[in-house]
Design a binder for this molecule. Structure first.
Ligand SMILES: [Zn+2]
Length: 261
């Protein structure tokens, strides 16, 4: 994966930051502070919101990890990188039920966190720029939960689909193949949608939104193929113990366009 930095350990799981994470942290913070770059208060608020958002991504990964471990899938570390978070598994689930529970845990965690931020907005004292940030956190956690539930492997939803197909067909390979096709198809669709956004700019979207969506689509389609090759390779050689697989999550970059005054 390249250079990563150790940040701490919780529940015997190592947390790390990939060097590309610093880029996304910087971009998200800039987006949140915009257009109040000359005021310290907005910088503090932006940095705190950005940190809370990435802590939410870590919580999503931790949910996968703890549920995975309880279902016999050991996790070695959790890493944040430019497109989101990754929980490194020592091997894949041995049973469809274990895969289903581990996969669904992350999105559920994000939806619950999003709901909690949503509830905070009901407190009358929460208003002004702080409320704007909390609303953003609620939306972003919702997006993190819903986007990752899209049923294309290697997204969480793709793993959920695979576990269901695995149970119904009895074949791990067939289930993986179908979930991977959908994952690749969805990746191509995102690349195409991103290019369209760059050209026609619908709904007030910017060229950057389009570029970002295309990038996620591209990354998703290559990781779908790579994960599938890894699955096939593992089935052929039966050396599951020394392969590290990842459960990758994607954060869709925010388009924050509300005024923060
Ligand atoms: Zn996830």
């Amino acid at each position: 994966m390249g250079r990563t930095f150790y940040i701490g350990r919780l529940f015997r799981i190592e947390f790390r930051l990939h060097f590309t994470w610093f880029i996304i942290f910087f971009l998200v913070t800039l987006l949140l502070v915009e257009p109040n770059y000359d005021r310290l208060f907005y910088w503090l608020l932006g940095i705190s919101t950005s940190l809370l958002f990435f802590t939410s991504v870590l919580a999503h990964e931790l949910a996968h990890s703890l549920v995975g471990r309880a279902n016999g899938i050991p996790i070695s570390n959790i890493t944040l990188f430019i497109f989101g978070g990754v929980a490194m598994m020592k091997h894949e689930a041995g049973k469809p039920g274990a895969e289903f529970r581990m996969a669904i845990a992350g999105p559920l965690c994000s939806l619950v966190i999003g709901g909690i931020f949503g509830l905070l907005l009901l407190i009358p004292a929460v208003d002004g720029p702080v409320a704007t940030m909390i609303r953003w956190l609620a939306i972003m956690n919702g997006v993190l939960g819903v986007f990752n539930l899209i049923p294309g492997f290697p997204l969480d939803g793709g793993r959920v689909l695979r576990s269901v197909l695995w149970r119904t067909t009895g074949s791990y390979i067939i289930a993986s193949r179908i979930a991977t096709w959908i994952g690749q198809g969805f990746g191509y669709l995102l690349i195409f949608a991103g290019i369209l956004i760059i050209i026609i700019r619908p709904f007030d979207m910017t060229w950057f939104d389009g570029l970002w969506i295309s990038f996620i689509g591209w990354f998703l389609s290559i990781s779908a193929s790579a994960s599938y090759r890894q699955i096939i390779g593992r089935e052929k050689t039966r050396t599951s113990n020394d392969i590290e697989l990842d459960s990758t999550d994607y954060t869709v970059l925010p388009s924050e366009r509300e005024k923060k005054d």
